[in-house]
Design a binder for this molecule. Structure first.
Ligand code: FPP
Length: 237
């Protein structure tokens, strides 16, 4: 039976490191790109379930600043996937009131990849349901450096007071929210330069399930596990 947001403590912001597409494909005797294709379908499945559960923001790690080291044909396929994805699912995202945003430096992608992503953001900007944030050419250290550069520029050029606090700083980042729950699929237990600032007090779940097999039930199980955790934020209860 699927879980309900009325009976559960639902995390507001959930982040997922979608790992294991390549290994999943290899197991089926398919090329790595087939794993990414199935992985993109799972983005739809998990976004719909997150929306049903009233999760406010879902941040998915689709392409890291380190992924440029992959073979050219894999990169070129990953660049095509947003176009394929949005042409298939934008109608459904609109019907479900889901808003698409992105985090990362889009400028390094081919012009048409940038265009389809910006178009999806624009088309869905009035939606008030789940925020589906795609982290693309995203790296957390890079995000922090860009934030520091912008802040210091404002201090120097606009004579902004040098009085930064944690809340202010978060607004210089691509993702200002605190992450409540971070999930990594496919067995590895690492953060891989994802949302280092934002996960300061996140609950971490590492699951064996590969991303292409990570379905509604798998997300529901993570939410149930989150409900069993005792979040104290450094205090005593
Ligand atoms: C990690 O698996 C997965 C990625 C680096 C790519 C994730 C991208 C998608 C799921 C699709 C993106 C689509 C849109 C619409 C933004 P891996 O290749 O590292 O797997 P492995 O560790 O088994 O090799």
């Amino acid at each position: 039976m699927s879980i309900s947001h009325e009976r559960m403590n639902i995390p507001e912001t959930v982040a997922i490191i979608m790992d294991g597409n390549g290994r999943w494909a290899k197991k089926q005797g398919l090329p790595r790109t087939a794993g990414h294709k199935k992985g993109a379908d799972q983005i739809r499945t998990i976004a719909l379930e997150a929306n049903r559960l009233h999760i406010k923001k879902l941040i998915l790690y689709a392409f890291s600043t380190e992924n440029w080291k992959r073979p050219e044909e894999e990169i070129s396929y990953l660049c095509k996937l947003p176009g394929i994805f949005f042409s298939r699912f934008i109608k459904e995202l609109m019907e479900k009131n889901i808003r698409v945003t992105f985090a990362g430096e889009l400028e390094r992608f081919p012009k048409d990849t940038q265009k389809v992503i910006r178009k999806a953001v624009d088309q869905t900007k009035g939606n008030t349901g789940l925020e589906l944030c795609i982290a693309i050419n995203y790296g957390s250290r890079r995000e922090i450096i860009l934030a520091i550069q912008e802040y210091t520029r404002q201090v120097v050029e606009q004579e902004r007071a040098n009085d930064l606090n944690e809340e202010d700083f978060s607004h210089y980042l691509f993702v200002p929210e605190n992450v409540d729950l971070l999930i990594r699929t496919s067995g590895e237990e690492r953060i891989s330069n994802f949302l280092l600032w934002q996960i300061a007090y996140a609950e971490l779940i590492f699951t064996q399930t590969a991303w292409p097999d990570f379905d509604e039930k798998a997300l529901d199980e993570c939410i149930q596990e989150y409900n069993r955790r005792d979040r104290r934020f450094g205090a005593v209860k």
